[in-house]
Design a protein around this ligand. Structure first.
Ligand code: SF4
Length: 332
């Protein structure tokens, strides 16, 4: 299902004289690691991180340190996101391009594109290697296509907190076509640009317009913000994941909340999980300073309102009437 670049990984381990390695991968890729692990075990001692590996923000530096490991294979992401890797640790990033044809899904759903042209073409990392061939195919069908480039290394690449490849071409295109499994990546594009966004999902072999789903999500989010207006005690959430750690921001938010006569507690954890937060029965609402997607995409899973770090002003100043969908996610 995924190209795990085993020969490149082996060469890197050998070039760097690695004896022990820590492998980490997102949950969706873990099931495909068996052969990869067995192949590496012939050459080095292998440890596998059982943690989530949400993004390039979530490199298993703490686990590696505890194990005394200096070499990490990080699968599924392009590189570090807001993480400074210590000098005594080396990380090899495996993009894990998906071995699934995007063109088949496109051919079977061309009617969903309608008259959208020029199309802004984007992809999650697992599919960026197919962007050029999809562009060519669309151009042969008469569409005008633009592939953007943003802060990330690959043309057209977007991640949950960086859709700059879309923002940079938003004025030039009529809609976006995002190649990705699920709607996560498309959400960011729609929220940040306000443009019609279609998902080309090669796993479900579908093209889906996400506008209606987005409207439902935003309505739910506004409802949660309204509930947060009544909160007297806030938990300010800090993740210790290296690229999500924002203790200074959390302190500022806590001070601001206290200035408004309410209580604020800074809660520090690696993984922000709805289940563990349920133990804080005395807290009325949460403010998230970690991954910006947490308080929007996973909102349903939390029993109490959870709002973004930059949304606290709307709540404390009772200004929900000014809130717009773009205010839900502060991403690049
Ligand atoms: S979207 Fe969240 S999980 Fe993904 S890289 Fe950004 S901070 Fe990390």
């Amino acid at each position: 299902m995924y190209d795990l670049s085993i020969q490149r990984v082996k060469k890197w381990l050998s070039d760097n004289k690695a004896k022990k390695v820590l492998i980490q991968a997102p949950d969706g890729i873990k099931a495909y690691l068996e052969n990869f692990i067995e192949s590496l075990e012939k050459e080095v001692e292998v440890f596998i991180s059982g943690s989530r590996a949400w993004g390039g923000c979530d490199i298993a530096l703490k686990e590696a340190k505890q194990l005394g490991i200096k070499h990490i294979i990080h699968i599924g992401h392009h590189g570090p996101v807001r993480v400074k890797i210590p000098e005594n640790v080396q990380v090899f990033f495996v993009p894990a391009f998906a071995k699934i044809s995007v063109e088949n899904a496109l051919e079977n759903n061309l009617n969903k594109l309608g008259d959208c042209s020029p199309i802004g073409l984007l992809a999650s990392l697992q599919h960026v290697n197919q962007l050029k061939s999809v562009k060519k195919k669309l151009e042969n069908l008469g569409y005008s296509v633009v592939i953007g480039h943003g802060n990330l290394p690959f043309d057209g690449q977007i991640i949950g907190c960086d859709v700059s490849a879309a923002v940079n071409i938003a004025r030039k295109v009529s809609c976006f076509l995002v190649i990705a499994g699920g709607i996560f990546h498309g959400f960011g594009v729609y929220i940040r640009t306000g443009k019609k966004t279609l998902i080309l999902d090669p796993y479900r072999k579908k093209i889906v317009d996400i506008q209606k789903t987005m409207e439902k999500f935003y309505a739910k989010h506004l409802y949660n913000l309204a509930k947060a207006l009544e909160a007297k005690k806030f938990g300010v959430l800090v993740s210790t994941k290296p690229g999500q750690y924002s203790i200074n921001l959390a302190r500022k938010i806590a001070q601001k909340i206290k200035k408004h006569g309410k209580k604020a507690y800074i809660i520090v954890t690696d993984e922000i999980e709805p289940e563990t937060l349920q133990n804080f029965t005395f807290i009325d609402a949460y403010v998230n300073t970690a991954c910006p997607r947490l308080n929007f995409d996973n909102e349903d899973n939390f029993k109490k309102p959870i709002i973004g770090a930059k949304e606290i002003d709307y709540v404390l100043e009772n200004r929900l009437a000014d809130h717009k969908i773009i205010d839900t996610l502060h991403i690049l």
